[in-house]
Design a protein around this ligand. Structure first.
Ligand code: SAM
Length: 236
């Protein structure tokens, strides 16, 4: 079991707390949750509403479609979260945010935890982002219905980097993005499948040749599929 001080803590502000832990309760992240390597609190934003209907949104100033989550209610929810868990970054998942990278994930895993704000509707009142020093992070150039699935993506990516979560830490070092490269291709038994053979070098037992082949494949795939990563790697 992990001591309290070693537990990475995530708290998620959402109008759908029943969605959590959801898939995070399964497999690696689920086992790590039971072992106390990380903890999760889903905080219901509606608990900070001030009317009998527990509403959290209103019509956009200036008109237009949809509804916007209110600054006063989100401000109160974020203040509660900051009291519960001080000294962690607050992230609002948003398609407008800085794209999430493995480097940002790693930095979060090295810290004590995170507070995540999940938007719904058209998003949140801009003033709360400014007033509460909230970082906007996107999980990709597409639009989801809400921030909950994005929060799960972020938390899953962090949790697998926490000490002891992935059994063989070596497998993390070789993964896509860790060295600025995509990962090389994998193969396993059977040796021949539908006329396709495992590359001979991988069966040679020559660890030097295998490492060279994997490196060359990782570089080829990165050049072909992600010229942006390849350019960045060459520069930096
Ligand atoms: N009106 C917003 C826009 O055009 O940028 C989209 C709002 S979206 C329907 C509702 C919520 O889903 C957002 O507030 C955000 O929390 C979440 N969301 C949607 N796409 C996302 C993405 N690519 N990354 C992270 N969060 C996202």
């Amino acid at each position: 079991m992990t001591t309290d001080a070693e537990t990475w803590r995530a708290q998620v502000l959402t109008i759908l707390p029943e969605l959590f832990p959801g898939p995070l309760a399964a497999s690696l992240s689920g086992r790590a949750l039971v072992e106390g390597r990380w903890s999760l609190a889903a905080i219901d934003i509606r608990d900070f509403a001030t009317d009998v209907h527990r509403s959290v949104d209103d019509t956009p100033a200036g008109g237009g479609p949809g509804m916007v989550m209110r600054a006063d209610i989100l401000g109160a929810a974020l203040d509660h979260a900051a009291e519960r868990l001080a000294g962690v970054p607050t992230i609002y998942l948003s398609p407008r945010g800085t794209p999430l990278t493995q480097a940002r994930v790693r930095a979060l895993a090295e810290g004590p935890g995170v507070t995540v704000l999940c938007g719904r509707f058209e998003g949140v009142d801009e003033r709360v982002l400014e007033a509460r020093d909230v970082e906007e992070v996107s999980i990709g150039d597409y639009v989801l219905s809400g921030g909950e699935i994005a929060a799960m993506v972020l938390i899953d990516a962090v949790v697998r980097l926490l000490p002891g979560v992935v059994g063989d830490a070596g497998s993390l070092r070789e993964e896509s993005f860790e060295q600025g490269l995509l990962e090389y291709p994998h193969y396993t038994r059977p040796r021949d499948w539908e006329g396709r053979a495992i590359p001979e070098v991988l069966l040679s037992g020559d660890h030097g040749r295998i490492a060279d082949w994997r490196r060359a494949e990782a570089e080829r795939l990165t050049r072909e599929r992600r010229p942006d990563l390849w350019e960045r790697r060459k520069k930096g």
